[in-house]
Write a new protein. Structure first.
Length: 110
């Protein structure tokens, strides 16, 4: 039996932020995909909440002019490697995603 992937709240928030910033920068899914050498379908999946590999997340953040600090990447990797997150860890993951994809606007998910 194949289990269907259900995105976490944090992954859904990340996907929404990627999509919002991409649109604000007037990039299509195809434009962003070409810039990071991925398929358009990958970008669509990420925006719908599929887990974005850390190396790809770094590329997306760079293309969206929101570079990620290495310390943040390490902590993000540690959280993602856990089988199950506590409520506090899930909130920390959301906070990290908010920090990664900050822009000039004061726009935060709760």
């Amino acid at each position: 039996m194949i289990m269907k992937y259900t995105p976490s709240e944090a992954e859904l928030i990340l996907g929404e932020r990627i999509q919002r910033l991409r649109i604000e920068r007037e990039l299509s899914c195809m434009d962003l995909a070409r810039k990071i050498k991925r398929r358009e379908s990958d970008i669509i999946k990420y925006e719908k909440g599929e887990i974005v590999p850390l190396s790809i997340l770094e590329k997306i953040a760079e293309e969206l002019s929101t570079p990620i600090r290495k310390k943040v990447i390490r902590r993000l990797g540690n959280l993602r490697n856990k089988y199950e997150l506590t409520e506090e860890e899930n909130q920390e993951l959301i906070d990290i995603y908010n920090e990664i994809l900050e822009d000039d606007e004061e726009y935060e998910y709760e």
